[in-house]
Write a protein that binds this ligand. Structure first.
Ligand code: SF4
Length: 320
């Protein structure tokens, strides 16, 4: 069952030199109890897509068109007041850097209780019990003592667990995990991802995993959407994607993973375009080894490889 659907989202920013478009026809959906990975290089539009879902777009952002459907409502039409019943309560965010998300002046317990009071309408002993349970659920040892700790007294992994506890305490139906392990070392990364997976399985939570880490996606995701320069260029069930990637950008990304020792790694020449650059046709064409004449002239459609696998590349035209 689809719990969230982003349909043809077009969005941009009012810059000093005029309006610059950042997302083109971005469409994807999230199935209940699944992990959908949104993959791509920095600046490709992953995080701004997530912020659109949470109603946290910067002031200079302007939505041109599109619909984001959750629980029968278009999130793009909600007022800030209406969003308070959804953001943090039904759709929660696990940010990249837990240190900048926790207030250093307040204890973990204070911040957790505040979330529970606002979103669960619990107070007193009930709220305290819920907060302790949430810390225990994310395997923070001596949870009652940690309630008194300030963020600087916890390690990076523990801080990220505390953030996940806030999402758990509100029984969020959707967790948006924006590069949730980037700021952590490798062992802790694995523990945090295992924890997110456990929560998904136990509570049937849906997870939108935003990442540039394809190894992580291979291990964790059920479905993959690859973004390049503001567009989704390939989307597929994870197994199908890794067995049979079809877009030249996806193939180049996979070939640049340092998996097999002794193999010279492929690189993708050039840089992703900035928002200020105008690129005609396929936005990947200046870096694509397979580019043809048509690629700089026309924007490729999303061509079907199978019922649930799509690639926006002229080479995949006429597959189904
Ligand atoms: Fe490369 Fe052309 Fe396909 Fe774009 S449409 S990925 S430039 S072959």
């Amino acid at each position: 069952m689809k719990i969230l659907e982003v349909d043809k989202l077009n969005l941009g920013f009012d810059c000093e030199n005029g309006f610059r478009q950042a997302l083109w026809d971005v469409s994807f959906s999230l199935e209940s109890g699944s992990i959908h990975a949104l993959v791509g290089e920095s600046g490709c539009g992953k995080s701004i897509s997530a912020m659109s879902i949470l109603g946290l777009l910067p002031k200079k952002a302007r939505v041109l068109s599109g619909i984001i459907t959750f629980d029968g409502k278009n999130l793009l039409e909600l007022s800030n007041k209406d969003f308070q019943h959804i953001r943090g309560k039904r759709i929660a965010l696990i940010p990249q850097d837990p240190m900048t998300s926790l207030n250093p002046l307040f204890t973990i317990g204070y911040q957790l209780l505040e979330v529970i009071r606002i979103h669960q309408s619990l107070t007193g002993k009930e709220a305290y019990q819920k907060a302790v349970e949430a810390l225990e659920a994310v395997q923070i040892p001596s949870a009652k003592e940690r309630m008194q700790a300030y963020p600087h007294e916890l390690s990076g992994g523990m801080k990220q667990r505390a953030i996940i506890a806030m999402a758990l305490a509100c029984n969020a139906e959707i967790i948006i995990a924006d590069e949730p392990t980037t700021a952590l070392d490798v062992t802790i990364q694995a523990q945090i991802m295992d924890l997110i997976n456990e929560i998904k399985n136990e509570k049937n939570t849906s997870v939108l995993l935003i990442t540039h880490d394809l190894a992580l996606v291979r291990e964790q995701a059920d479905f993959v959407s690859v973004m390049y320069a503001g567009r989704i260029v390939e989307s597929a069930p994870a197994k199908e994607f890794f067995d049979n990637p079809r877009h030249p950008y996806s193939i180049a990304l996979l070939n640049s993973i340092p998996e097999n020792r002794g193999r010279i790694l492929d690189t993708i020449s050039g840089q992703p375009p900035s928002i200020q650059q105008d690129i005609s046709g396929c936005r990947f064409h200046p870096r694509c080894k397979s580019a043809m004449k048509i690629c700089s002239e026309k924007v490729p459609d999303n061509y079907g490889i199978s019922k649930s696998h799509f690639s926006a590349c002229f080479m995949n035209k006429g597959n189904v």
